[in-house]
Design a protein around this ligand. Sequence first.
Ligand SMILES: C[S@@+](CC[C@H](N)C(=O)[O-])C[C@H]1O[C@@H](n2cnc3c(N)ncnc32)[C@H](O)[C@@H]1O
Length: 361
Amino acid sequence: MLFYVTTLRGVEDVTAEEIKNYGKVLEIRRGRVIFEAPKGFIPKLNAQLRCAERVVALIDRGKFKSLDELYSIVKSHDYDFIKGKSFAVRCTRVGSHNFTSIDVSRVAGQAVIDSFLEKHRERLKVNLDEPDVIVRVDVIDDEYFLGIDTTGEGLHKRWWRVYNHPAHLNAIIACAMVKLAGWKFEESLIDPMCGSGTILIEAAMLGRNISPGKNRDFAYFKILGEKVEVSEENNKIMNLKGVEKFKKHVDGAKANAEKAGVLDTIVFEVGDALKLEGTYDCIVTNPPYGLRVSRKGAIEKLYDGLCRAVKRCMHENSRFVVITSEFRLMSFLAEKNGLNVFHERFVQYGGLKTKLFIFLK
Ligand SMILES: C[S@@+](CC[C@H](N)C(=O)[O-])C[C@H]1O[C@@H](n2cnc3c(N)ncnc32)[C@H](O)[C@@H]1O
């Protein structure tokens, strides 16, 4: 069966690497990976993929020129699986068009209704708020992707997040950073500005093989039944540490880690990243971004101090992985403090263009 997953732009290669454990990757596109896997893997893909937002079972894809043509394409397929259920069409549109994503949803929704009506003499129920089945029609420039959303609420929304840091990192990015650091479970990993602990919790869950999609519902439940396939966990003890300036966030990080079942393998401390001591194999963090002009000077001082502290705590094989929207500043200050860029890439994070760096000593 053909599938695609959506993910964040800039980490598609990390997502594709994960998918290789379950199926054959056919194409890597901007923000999505198209692959082939057995239909029976739908529960496993949803429960176990760490760097994907949504798993869509692909019905059809191709090029189109107008909404009328899209209507005919969508109508030409069978929607027997919606029988006795309600549905809604959701659309993501990328590119410049003379129609909106709402137009696409409306036209495609009508096409699904008309197709079913012709075949079954029965009108399907539409429920825009809580549909049983979500049909996805994603439009990217002159291409359409028609499929069934098997996920529902995005996979990046982790079940363990009981404390919501106002600037918490998307778990997909956190996990991708740990993977890109090349962290091995026996290596030490520190997040010196850990906030609510996302990076460390994702690392611990990776080490213990805890499924990110445990303890939640999925859209496929209404079609395939409520089956969840989590992976087999272990009790590995890892060397993970988080430092954070505010006690409130440290308490929140502990609550999150406890919920995730990994608090026994992460040490969280209130402290100052600029006074970091010790030696670490991996230093992975997302510092505050100076989005407000008034904070630019303070951010420069903070990044300068962070780079100096990190450099002090690295040995010759340590990796420092950092993501920020202040990438020019970070690049300049890292170089000034004697850190060498090993790798850099843009990651689109909501409306923000951020850069992920891997620095070596
Ligand atoms: C963007 S947030 C990190 C969010 C975190 N990755 C998460 O997912 O919750 C940056 C964090 O750095 C902390 N911070 C700022 N300056 C610091 C310093 N000098 N030492 C330690 N933490 C600091 C802030 O309090 C904030 O919680």
